[in-house]
Design a protein around this ligand. Structure first.
Ligand SMILES: [Zn+2]
Length: 182
């Protein structure tokens, strides 16, 4: 692995850590030449996933786009970025297992919400507010009720009380800070 600072090709591994889902290994390395430290990830190469969007168009699943959306939703919740990267690993693995090569943007969004609910209620409501395009306070109240009524892992994709509105693409979560609800 080439050092990003001096391009030297030898480094030593200071620490190796498997992520929770066992989908990737994070290694902390130190360059043998310049002693700078950097991090590398070793990750299973997944079969590319195609996302079917609401309008029927298709695009490749974009891991970093999903991560950005989740990071925005988790701002100031105290959750470290490393934890969110693990979350994205878990979601990607889950997508592979459950849906194979094709998945709808709706299924991705629901999966994200399911995972966020366990991590942070604030992040859950933020992500839901953009992803499900809340129209007003009523939707917020329903989301909060939904949290309280479903403290476990029960399925909430089919009979969700939130399915009031059309579903936005998950990537719009990146713009949730500017989203204005009336
Ligand atoms: Zn170096």
């Amino acid at each position: 692995m080439r050092c990003p600072y001096c391009q030297h090709t030898d480094s030593r591994v200071l620490e190796s850590r498997s992520t929770e889902a066992g989908q990737s290994i994070r290694r902390r390395r130190e360059c043998l030449m310049c002693k700078h430290r950097f991090t590398t990830y070793e990750r299973i190469e997944f079969v590319p996933i195609t996302v079917i969007k609401r309008d029927g168009t298709r695009e490749s699943f974009d891991r970093s786009k999903l991560l950005r959306g989740i990071i925005r939703a988790c701002e100031k919740t105290g959750l470290p970025q490393e934890r969110l990267e693990i979350l994205v690993d878990e979601i990607e693995a889950e997508l592979q297992q459950q849906f194979g090569r094709e998945v709808t943007s709706n299924e991705i969004g629901e999966l994200v919400l399911q995972q966020l609910r366990e991590l942070s209620e604030v992040a859950y409501v933020r992500f839901a507010s953009v992803y499900r395009q809340f129209q007003g306070i009523r939707d917020f109240v329903e989301a909060l009720n939904h949290l309280q009524n479903h403290p476990d892992n029960s399925d909430h994709s089919e009979n969700s009380p939130l399915s009031l509105t059309e579903v936005a693409e998950p990537e719009t979560a990146t713009s949730f800070m500017t989203h204005s609800s009336t």
